[in-house]
Ligand binder design. Structure first.
Ligand code: SF4
Length: 335
């Protein structure tokens, strides 16, 4: 069944934290709080475009459970009539690990919250400290076990390329996340956004962002780790917006409007390369038609690289019998 989120952006006005990658503090004066009426309007607008499937109202953007509990309740109350009418299945929200306690979870249960996503970012103490996150790995573990105890579905979000981070530390974080057993994860390579502490560090030469290819390669390894553990990776890379875009607020870092596609293409490159060993001359690569663009890569980058690497001539063809991530390599005999 197709899953839909109705995204309702709830900026955390007055967030007491100051994570190095976040520009919330500096733009606080311009942040407009979402009102209960806007929740209803957003739901109405989205429901007109959704035909059938599982639908969740998704409170994203800040730390939902960090806003005053009466405000949380007022926003969630507007979703209830739609849940009672069977038009929305539940609520999902994102928050910080240290904004989880029993009174908060009791209230979320009351309002039919189904999924809680925690911004973990890293499980390495030095990385959390350098990012000025203000929470520890132990607080993540405590929040996860409480969320599980209440029976919520759990999502964990991690970042790569933070100050003091390394690929090995990201792999370690992913291993710890796998051990925590979430239902889904999101992977966000760090971007240097305008008006953040990270921008200052970057301008001083004290922070070196990941390159696009480093971020793609590491995200690919993480994706395969989570998939092997049976954990759904629901997003890789920040969603492009008016703000999060080249020439907008992104100062540096591995931004690409289709970052997740680049990672999928990197997976396909490895699969195709693995099937090509020993082949020469003309080669046909068969893949499910829906996956052709991923196999070819951005501007045919995978095909160009494969042709150069293996000294072959590649033609890509569709084959409906092949599953996702299946590639059949056939050497074409020439007479
Ligand atoms: S990332 Fe979240 S917790 Fe950190 S400063 Fe921004 S809003 Fe606050």
């Amino acid at each position: 069944m197709r899953k839909y989120n109705i995204p309702i952006f709830v900026p955390h006005k007055g967030c007491p934290f100051d994570c190095v990658f976040c520009n919330q503090k500096r733009i606080t004066g311009h942040i407009k709080s979402v009102t209960p009426d806007e929740v209803t309007d957003t739901i109405e607008t989205y429901l007109k475009t959704i035909r059938s499937g599982s639908v969740e109202a998704a409170f994203f953007g800040g730390s939902f459970t960090g806003i005053p509990i009466e405000e949380q309740s007022a926003l969630m109350a507007r979703v209830q009539p739609y849940i009672e009418a069977g038009r929305i299945d539940g609520i999902r929200l994102s928050t910080r690990p240290d904004y989880i306690d029993r009174s908060i979870l009791d209230n979320l249960k009351k309002y039919n919250v189904t999924t809680i996503e925690l911004g973990v970012q890293s499980l390495v103490p030095q990385v959390l400290a350098a990012a000025n996150r203000g929470h520890s790995p132990e607080q993540v573990e405590a929040a996860v076990s409480m969320i599980r105890e209440y029976g919520f579905s759990l999502g964990l979000q991690m970042m790569t390329g933070l100050p003091e981070d390394t690929p090995e530390r990201s792999i370690y974080t992913a291993e710890r996340i796998i051990a925590l057993g979430p239902d889904c994860v999101r992977i966000y390579p760090t971007l240097t956004i305008k008006d953040t502490a990270l921008e200052v560090l970057y301008n001083r030469g004290e922070y070196v962002p990941q390159t696009l290819s480093e971020a793609v390669e590491l995200s690919k390894r993480l994706l395969l780790m989570f998939e092997a553990a049976g954990i759904d990776v629901i997003r890789i890379g920040l969603q492009p917006t008016d703000e999060i875009n080249e020439g907008a607020s992104v100062v540096a870092g591995p931004f690409h409007a289709s970052f997740g596609e680049l990672v999928e293409s990197a997976v396909y490159y490895d699969i195709a390369a693995g099937g090509l060993s020993g082949m020469t001359g003309r080669v046909e690569l068969y893949v499910n038609p829906r996956e052709i663009s991923k196999l070819c890569g951005n501007r045919r980058a995978n095909i160009i690289k494969l042709e150069k690497e293996f000294n072959i001539n590649v033609k890509v063809k569709g084959d409906n019998s092949l599953k996702k991530r299946e590639v059949r390599c056939v050497a074409v005999k020439t007479t």
